[in-house]
Design a protein around this ligand. Structure first.
Ligand code: PRE
Length: 97
């Protein structure tokens, strides 16, 4: 029983949070999919470094307010954004075949 097993109890909470993170991530990817389609149809570049600079500044503020390591949070978000850019490059390449 998890009530008598502190490790199992914490892991259950971690699993619940992981479910929520994945659901939110899926929603983010649904939105960036729309961005990819817009970029393709308007011939916009995959990467917008001005936008990414603003995002990074915001992630650093969020990290401070949640007591997280700023560089760790920025690295995680850059990994997600990197996957988005790969997907956008694929959408554009698919369309120019
Ligand atoms: O906002 C955009 O232009 C996007 O393509 C989305 C996004 C992101 O995942 O947040 C991805 C790549 C860009 O360089 C900047 C931001």
């Amino acid at each position: 029983m998890s009530e008598n097993n502190p490790l199992a109890e914490v892991r259950k909470s971690i699993d619940n949070l992981d479910n929520a993170i994945v659901a939110i991530l899926a929603e983010r990817f649904r939105l960036t999919e729309r961005v990819g389609v817009i970029k393709q149809s308007e011939s916009l570049p995959v990467e917008d470094l001005d936008r990414e600079r603003l995002q990074e500044a915001h992630y650093r503020e969020l990290a401070v307010s949640y007591g997280l390591n700023q560089d760790t949070l920025v690295e995680i978000m850059k990994t997600i954004i990197g996957q988005v850019k790969k997907r956008h490059a694929d959408i554009i390449a698919e369309h120019t075949k």
